[in-house]
Design a binder for this molecule. Structure first.
Ligand SMILES: Cc1cc2nc3c(=O)[nH]c(=O)nc-3n(C[C@H](O)[C@H](O)[C@H](O)COP(=O)(O)OP(=O)(O)OC[C@H]3O[C@@H](n4cnc5c(N)ncnc54)[C@H](O)[C@@H]3O)c2cc1C
Length: 482
């Protein structure tokens, strides 16, 4: 990058918060999707909205693309840098600015860790409901950009339900406020547009979050089934009976083995494990727990256990939350997939995943936010075996296509990012994509904010989803990738 621009950026954030050395830049070359890595020209760590604004203004003036980054735990390559651009990392903006218990809201900077919001208000009897399994490390800014979910989003809603307002630095460097502390406002819901926009519309610098009163009683039931199909039937039956558990999670045998190896959660050794958490008043939880247990039995559960103490409950959740990382105990490499299906399609989709897995000869472990129909198939492979990474990638792609065919979606919570942009054209028709581009261009007409993410590009004829293969016309120098 031009030395003049580097000097200007250094003057904004201070030399210790501007990174240009190759070794240090490599920390930022990828997020949780480690198969794709790009070194940016520079990484900046601003401390305030004013600094973010000043940096973005320089980018806008010089037409330098920028990528916002929180903790870098994203699993779809959303924070992957652009080679000709900079990364704006928000981790230093990590203050909780205001706690307003009377109005059930907290105002935070984007670099605040998800779990720190709950930690701050829990002694007053409140919690922040969206709880991604990465909640100890991921940032609120990243959660907003990805509309992150978690086990308790079945009852309480995804991040979007809990974001009341936000301050944003737009790609032209202007600072705007979307939403506020009121629950409903006239006009378009711009806050809703921004949540889940994966850093393509600007940079969030302040967020007003809704917090929720802790329920009187929380109980978790574990039900062991012979198969995920039986457990899936129990999930549909529980919802069909009108019950809304706080969380309803499922793991198959491979995922159970991995979790046991990592955190010794003392799960039963079974084909399909269902975890059902109920919360509310003591009488309500007691009555519903009986109904849930009975429903599980009718669907084939052969062991039902209720965690009796807070420590037992914590152990049950530790196993589930560790499931992704725990798979490293049973496989040298794996791809974390994220798709959604209608709950009722679960038995069909599970059988089909098992068939595809056997056909390709790779194991697939399954962890689900079952109540939401959000699947996380983990495709296990050995990266030391030539060609297995490609097989695994193809299998993960086929599972996504299966989700689309079942009437679902290519992502439930991890986002499209870099990883799934080529699948957008399998899920949406051209007019849908064009409409989304119009929204994007209203905020960022010059495509400076996290360019090349979410939307399928290049859009040449003959384009195929998956790893980008240059079109022959492009190779011949007759067309260029845009
Ligand atoms: C072990 C593990 C478990 C996980 N479990 C879950 C889960 O249960 N549920 C779930 O939803 N996700 C889960 N994730 C994925 C990930 O943690 C979430 O997507 C999280 O919200 C990312 O936050 P981050 O701070 O790491 O963001 P990053 O990875 O740094 O960035 C993610 C995206 O947000 C954008 N962004 C970051 N900050 C800002 C900002 N201030 N303004 C605008 N855009 C911004 C980036 O450009 C990028 O597109 C998991 C990840 C791991 C590694």
């Amino acid at each position: 990058m031009d030395a003049r621009i580097i000097d200007e950026l250094r003057a904004i954030v201070g030399s210790e918060h501007l990174i240009t050395e190759r070794e240090q830049l490599s920390t930022y070359e990828c997020d949780g999707l480690t198969v794709v890595r790009v070194l940016p020209l520079a990484v900046l760590l601003p401390e305030s909205t004013a600094e973010v604004q000043a940096v973005v203004r320089v980018c806008h003036r010089e037409k330098i693309p920028f990528v916002a980054r929180g903790s870098g735990t994203g699993l779809s390559g959303g924070a992957l840098p652009v080679a000709s651009g900079i990364v704006i990392c928000l981790t230093r903006m990590n203050r909780i600015l205001e706690v307003d218990l009377a109005n059930h809201r907290v105002i935070v900077e984007p670099g605040v860790m998800n779990l720190n919001v709950t930690s701050r208000v829990e002694r007053d009897g409140y919690f922040y409901a969206p709880d991604p399994s990465s909640q100890q490390v991921c940032s609120i800014g990243g959660n907003v950009a990805e509309n992150s979910g978690g086990a308790h989003c079945l009852k309480y809603g995804f991040t979007t339900t809990h974001v009341l307002g936000m301050e944003v630095v737009l790609p032209d460097g202007s600072v705007v406020q979307f939403g506020d502390a009121t629950v409903d406002r006239p006009g378009y819901d711009i806050c809703g547009v921004f949540v889940g926009s994966e850093g393509t519309l600007g940079i969030v610098t302040k967020v007003t979050l809704r917090i929720v009163k802790r329920p009187e009683v929380v109980q978790v039931l574990l039900a062991a089934f012979n198969s995920t199909n039986e457990a899936g039937e129990a999930v549909s039956a529980i919802i069909a009976a009108g019950m809304l558990p706080a969380a309803m999670e499922m793991m198959d045998n491979l995922a159970i083995q991995a979790a046991e190896a990592a955190v010794h959660a003392r799960y039963p050794d079974c084909g399909g494990l269902l975890l059902v958490e109920l919360d509310g008043s003591a009488t309500e939880v007691e009555a519903l727990m009986g109904e849930v247990a009975e429903t599980c039995k009718q669907c084939g559960a052969w062991e039902i256990r209720v965690a009796q103490t807070a420590a037992e409950r914590a152990r049950v959740w530790a196993g589930r939350k560790a499931a992704f990382a725990a798979v490293g105990r049973i496989s040298p490499a794996y791809i974390v997939q994220d798709g959604v299906i209608p709950r009722t399609a679960l038995p069909m989709v599970m059988s089909e995943i098992a068939r595809l897995s056997a056909e390709v000869g790779l194991r697939v472990a399954n962890v689900f936010h079952a109540g939401d129909g959000n699947l996380h198939p983990l495709v296990l492979y050995d990266d030391a075996v030539p060609g297995q990474d490609k097989l695994a990638e193809d299998l993960a792609g086929e599972i996504l296509r299966l989700c689309i065919r079942a009437g679902g979606s290519i992502t439930g919570e991890h986002g499209v990012g870099e990883e799934k942009k080529m699948f957008m054209s399998e899920m949406f028709a051209e007019p849908d994509l064009a409409t989304m581009q119009l929204v994007r261009c209203a905020f960022d007409p010059e495509h400076l904010s996290n360019p090349d993410k979410v939307f399928p590009r290049p859009r040449l004829c003959g384009e195929k989803p998956g790893v980008y293969v240059p079109h022959p016309v492009e190779t011949a120098g007759l067309a260029e990738r845009f």
